[in-house]
Design a protein around this ligand. Structure first.
Ligand SMILES: C[S@@+](CC[C@H](N)C(=O)[O-])C[C@H]1O[C@@H](n2cnc3c(N)ncnc32)[C@H](O)[C@@H]1O
Length: 353
């Protein structure tokens, strides 16, 4: 029989680090590995498109703080926010799918119908799987694992990507877990994004299950039992939900991790260039903004990231700010980029005394 390679958390973390060096905002691909391009001589600044591990001067910090203060001094009134965010919740997933789509693609009429009719578009039940509800006791979880059938049930290593969009991380992972004993789940609240993932030529049901799911929806169930995941991957997704909902989302998701499983997180950091260029009138609450397309974005500090994951009972493996200088050589402009890159583990319960 063909022997399957086994996958470890460390190997997935490695794939994640490689994926994370993708430059999402520019679509560019760094030609040098992260950390290898250090700007030592300021005269060299326009020799490359990106510099790693950039130290901020006190002046840089003060400028950033002032810009953020200026663009957030007018906040969208609370009443307006509710309408805006609720409206956004209905629309934003498909808009993000549109944004991530190759240009020229358009949304299908079914999705537009959902938007215009105001129907929520998350499917509560993923097909072909027996539902296992959240919040079950550990013993019940064990039972559920033994009695239920769910995609990937025979895999010994399971990964979930939340807010997978059109699959920028999904397909590198799918291609690296073929011939292993691993299985990938990926979800997004945009049916359009999930359809695109499923239609991709590399989509392979023997190693991957894509499904529509809103991570903010407390009662929505997942197509796998609690404590069944080795890795949860969140790439630029937690920043798009309301800060008040983040803690609940991380806590809920963490119940699906096995002991020893890890949560991999990559997202926007405080005072990233994309925060500082917001115009006045776009701020919803401190460090949380709405873009022109109706999507929202939050900018994290290290301390906030630590609070989110440790309050969910996870322990820090890594929590760093990836600070780079992105250079537009044509326009001779340099932009400070700040991304958070963190890994948190669900520890094992203490042995019974
Ligand atoms: C900025 S995109 C990132 C997509 C992908 N992770 C990547 O790195 O290319 C954010 C994604 O999160 C999804 N998303 C936002 N809020 C969500 C929610 N509450 N539940 C599930 N997905 C959500 C959006 O539909 C969108 O596809």
């Amino acid at each position: 029989m063909h022997k399957l390679r086994s996958l470890s958390v460390a190997k997935v973390a490695k794939v994640f680090s490689r994926l994370s060096t993708r430059l999402k905002s520019t679509g560019g691909r760094p030609s040098a590995p992260l950390g290898s391009r250090i700007l030592t001589n300021p005269d060299d600044i326009f020799k490359h498109n990106m510099w790693d591990h950039v130290q901020w001067t006190e002046e840089d910090k003060e400028n950033a703080r002032q810009k953020a203060q200026e663009n957030s001094c007018v906040q969208i009134p609370l009443d307006d926010q509710d309408t805006k965010i609720q409206g956004t919740t209905r629309r934003r997933g498909d808009q993000q799918a549109e944004i991530l789509l190759p240009s020229g693609s358009s949304m299908d009429s079914e999705t537009r119908h959902h938007q215009h009719s105001g129907t929520t578009h998350h499917h509560r039940h993923a097909p072909n799987c027996q539902k296992v509800r959240q919040g079950a006791s550990p013993e019940k979880n064990e039972d559920a694992m033994q009695t239920s059938t769910f995609p990937g049930q025979h895999a010994s290593f399971r990964i979930l990507e939340i807010g997978c969009g059109v699959g920028n991380s999904v397909f590198p992972i799918v291609n690296s877990i073929k011939d292993t004993d691993a299985f990938l789940f990926c979800c997004d609240f945009s049916p359009r994004a999930i359809q695109l993932v499923k239609d991709h030529p590399d989509y392979d049901e023997s190693v991957c299950h894509a499904f529509v799911h809103d991570i903010c929806e407390e009662m929505a169930s997942f197509p796998f039992p609690p404590q069944s995941l080795d890795v949860i991957l969140a790439v630029f997704v937690l920043s798009s939900i309301h800060p008040k909902r983040m803690q609940g989302v991380v806590k809920r998701l963490s119940t699906y991790l096995k002991h020893g499983g890890i949560f991999l997180f990559r997202d926007y950091g405080r005072y990233d260039f994309s925060q500082l260029r917001f115009k006045k009138g776009r701020c919803l609450s401190e460090n949380f903004y709405t873009r022109g397309d109706g999507t929202c974005v939050y900018f994290f500090t290290k301390e906030e990231v630590h609070g989110l994951f440790s309050n969910a009972g996870l322990e820090e493996i890594q929590n760093l700010e990836d600070r780079r200088l992105q250079v537009n050589r044509g326009k001779k402009v340099a932009m400070h980029r700040v991304w958070m890159q963190s890994k948190y583990r669900k520890s094992y319960p203490p042995p019974p005394s």
